[in-house]
Design a binder for this molecule. Structure first.
Ligand SMILES: [Zn+2]
Length: 146
């Protein structure tokens, strides 16, 4: 099983983001280093949820915004480790839409359940596989440390 290493500060920040945007989904990008068995997250960048049509149960990061985030990350020597979003009043499990729209194989997808405005469970799913055809989400361990 892969492992996601994240600092308490960043972990709290992505959960707080979900509380702030409730009842809409929040979304953002996780930056860090590959550990060979997952990722170490060094930064989290907030993104605008562009799904104004259905922001309570969908999220989308604009491609241009993602390119900008990726460029800035590269300047700091960081890679895109994955993405995070929230599930307002839904469990912290990936949805069929989350899976269909996940294309970053080898990256992690972090989901926080927000119940009535309060962050509850946070889970991370590693997108394993080699192609769109054999990709799959594998739940991974989140290690929160200072
Ligand atoms: Zn989702």
């Amino acid at each position: 099983m892969s492992e996601l290493h994240i600092s308490q500060k960043i972990f709290d920040a992505i959960r707080a983001h979900g509380e702030e945007t409730y009842p809409h989904e929040c979304c953002g990008v996780l930056l860090g280093h590959s550990t060979g068995n997952g990722w170490r997250v060094d930064d989290a960048v907030r993104a605008d949820n562009r799904r104004t049509d259905s922001a309570h149960n969908r999220y989308m990061i604009a491609p241009l915004e993602l390119v900008k985030i990726q460029r800035q990350a590269a300047q700091q020597g960081l890679d895109i480790a994955g993405f995070y979003h929230s599930h307002p009043d839904h469990p912290a499990q990936w949805s069929p839409t989350d899976f269909a729209e996940a294309h970053w194989i080898g990256c992690c997808y972090v989901i926080t359940a927000i119940a009535k405005g309060k962050a509850e469970v946070t889970n991370s799913f590693f997108l394993a596989g080699t192609t769109e055809e054999d990709k799959r989400f594998e739940q991974e361990t989140i290690t929160v440390a200072d």
